[in-house]
Design a protein around this ligand. Sequence first.
Ligand SMILES: Nc1ncnc2c1ncn2[C@@H]1O[C@H](COP(=O)(O)OP(=O)(O)O)[C@@H](O)[C@H]1O
Ligand SMILES: Cc1ncc(COP(=O)(O)OP(=O)(O)O)c(N)n1
Length: 261
Amino acid sequence: MLTVGASDSSGGSGIQADLRTLAAMRMHGASVVTAVVSRNTRGTTDVYAQPTTVVSGQLGCVLEDLPVAAVKTGMFPNAETAIAVAARARSGALPNLVVDPVLETAGGNRRGLAAALERLLPHALVATPNREEASLLVGWEVVTPDDMAKAAAELSAGGPRYVVVTGGDFVAGDNAIDVVWADGAARLLHSPRVSSRNTDGSGATFATAVAARLTLGDDPAEAIAWSKGFVGRAISDAADWRIGAGTGPIDQFGWSALTLR
Ligand SMILES: Nc1ncnc2c1ncn2[C@@H]1O[C@H](COP(=O)(O)OP(=O)(O)O)[C@@H](O)[C@H]1O
Ligand SMILES: Cc1ncc(COP(=O)(O)OP(=O)(O)O)c(N)n1
C-alpha cells in the first residue's frame, strides 16, 4: 500500500501513524512525503512543504516499480501538491484511493487547499473527512449526525462512492458516531467512546486501515466497519499512556497488551 502524506515529528499522526498501522496489519507500506512538519503533542509549529517536483518524482518512482494495490492520502501542505497528485489520480494510476482531507495544518490558505482537494475527491473510492473538514468542503457547519449525513451525501455527489464523516469530537452519549454515505443512503456507525487524552492519529489510522482492508479484498463497507473497530481498540489501548504533555499517540500494535521480557 502507498501512503501520500506528511512526516509528523511527534510520530503520532501523518505517515508515521500510517506506516505503523500498515505494519500492525502485516502489510508493506511505501510512502510519498508531501511535507515535513514540526509537531509535538501540543501542536504544530512549522510546515516545510516538499517541492511539488519531489512529490511527483517520488510518486512516479514508486508507481513504476511497486505493485501498489491501494493508496491513502493525508496532509498536503498546499494546493499545488494536491493538484499534482489529483492529476495522477485522474490518469487512473492510484487504485482503491482513500482520501483523508486533512486541513488542520493548511494555515491561512484552507479555502485554496479545500478547492484543490475537490479535484482529488472525484477519483477517490472512499473519503474520510472529520466534521470540521466536511464543513469546509461543503461550505456550511456540520454539527449533528443529520448534518454529517447531509454533508456526506453532498460530498459523494460527483465524488467518492463512499464518504465517512467521522465524529471523534462529537460528544453526545457514550458512543463515537461516524456517518457513512453510500449508494444513496446513510448509515450510522457506533462504537464505545473511549475517554482518553490520547487520540492523535485516529483519523490517519482509520483511513489507512480502510485502504489496507481494501487491498485484502474487503468491499468498502466491510473495510470501513473493520477499521472503526481497529481504531477504537487502538485508542482504548493507549488510554493510560503519558507521551508528551498534550494529545498523545494511539496504540495500533496492541503493545499495552504485550508483556516483553
Ligand atoms: N474517543 C474516541 N473513542 C472511540 N473512537 C474514537 C474516539 N475518537 C475518535 N474515534 C474514532 O476515530 C476515527 C477518527 O475520527 P476523528 O477523531 O473524527 O478523525 P480526525 O482525527 O481526523 O479528527 C473515527 O472512526 C472515530 O469515531
Ligand atoms: C503531519 C500531519 N498529518 C496529519 C495530521 C492530522 O490528521 P487528521 O486526520 O486531521 O487527524 P489525526 O490523524 O491526527 O487524528 C496532522 N496534524 N499532521
